[in-house]
Write a protein that binds this ligand. Structure first.
Ligand code: M6R
Length: 368
């Protein structure tokens, strides 16, 4: 059942190209020029035009997908978005009106806090769209609209292909909303779709470089603490990378917005501490590079995850570079998360932990 892989997590990491293709299947027009979700979403075009804000609500890894989802919807559809952790959302008296679209994200569709948040949103008159991997789950049954991620069953407690398929769902949704609201030209939409459909093969290219990441992970696993830094969507991916590492390797790590380090956290950067720096956003490149230099100057051992084309320049300031294939800035999370998943996997493996069933955690959290 593990199809020749040692663990479900590794199998699921390798299933991502397939999961991306399945999640896109039938949702992109044959000419590759538009995304139309009207067949599966019940919301009318008039409703789409009336949305004045979006709340994304989820837990854990799904919340991290929601952080990327915020950038996607804001940049493509130009609707203001707030992303909240479900266990906080209800208790902050969120301002929900009938023209608020609430998007809940849940692999299992059974997470208690996410379900409670969605019920609260519906009580307040909002429409709820669920992005879930389980057809027929509680979240799918109760939501007004459902966008299924076709990642296939995810067994490992640490979520991998479900997260990255949630990103694909957000890209499709962003393209759908932007077409209906007319916020992007048809050329821009076609350009995003072209880059989107190239992702599965690009993930395959990354998976072929697993051996390098295994080495990186093994040397990191001797440390008791490390940092992930990034700006923009790189920061969102940093948070996911940090959670993944903590969850299965039990190594303490923190994800930091690269520009925030100097407001306190730099005090923790000491000789030899590993820092994984995500630097994939062209417009933030110089800024992130200068943050990398700040940690290097304090003795950090830096692995940069950057895009092809930047690597030669980045290499001058860091210890190691891992490059991901070229894509559009908004799409990089669907690639840059993959090396972070592999680093966590190999770190956990080299420390002898139970990769698929980490201590104290359950696959589906049905208590609040
Ligand atoms: O099933 P859900 O997506 O609602 O689960 C939410 C979280 O419990 C889940 O993503 C958790 O953070 C993962 N184990 C992380 O890998």
């Amino acid at each position: 059942e593990k199809a020749g892989f040692d663990h479900f997590m590794l199998k699921e990491i390798h299933e991502q190209p397939k999961a991306y293709r399945e999640t896109m299947l039938g949702r992109i027009a044959e000419d590759g020029k538009s995304v139309n979700l009207s067949k599966e979403l019940e919301m009318s075009d008039d409703y789409v035009k009336s949305i004045n804000k979006v709340h994304i609500v989820a837990c854990g890894t799904a919340y991290h997908a929601g952080l990327v989802g915020k950038s996607v919807i804001e940049s493509l559809a130009r609707i203001p978005v707030e992303t909240d952790v479900a266990s906080e959302y209800r208790y902050r008296s969120p301002i929900i009106t009938p023209d608020t679209l609430v998007i809940v994200v849940s692999q299992s569709g059974e997470t208690a806090d996410t379900l409670a948040a969605m019920r609260e949103a519906q009580r307040n008159g909002a429409r709820v769209l669920a992005i879930t991997n389980v057809v027929g789950s509680s979240v799918a049954r109760e939501a007004d609209d459902v966008l299924v991620t076709w990642a296939g069953p995810e067994i490992a407690v640490a979520s991998t292909k479900a997260y990255s398929s949630q990103l694909i769902a957000f890209y499709l949704l962003g393209l759908h909303l932007s077409r209906v609201r007319g916020t992007q030209s048809s050329e821009q939409i076609a350009q995003v779709i072209e880059a989107l459909t190239a992702l599965p093969e690009q993930v395959e290219e990354i998976l072929e470089q697993s051996a390098v990441l295994k080495q990186v992970a093994e040397s990191m696993s001797h440390h008791t603490s490390l940092f992930f830094i990034g700006r923009g969507v790189d920061y969102a991916v940093a948070q996911e990378g940090s959670l993944k590492l903590k969850e299965i390797s039990y190594i303490h790590s923190e994800a930091y917005a690269a520009g925030e380090l100097k407001h306190g956290t730099l005090a923790l950067i000491e000789d030899g501490i590993p820092v994984i720096a995500l630097i994939s956003q062209e417009d933030l490149y110089e800024k992130t590079l200068s943050n990398i230099k700040e940690v290097k100057a304090r003795g950090a051992h830096v692995l940069a995850v950057t895009n092809q084309g930047f690597e030669a320049e980045v290499a001058k300031s860091v210890d190691e570079v891992f490059s991901i294939p070229k894509t559009l800035p908004v799409l990089t999370p669907a690639l840059s998360v993959v090396p972070l998943q592999l680093i966590s996997y190999y770190a956990s493996l080299s420390l002898g932990h139970d990769v698929d069933k980490p201590r104290n955690l359950a696959k589906s959290v049905t208590v609040e």
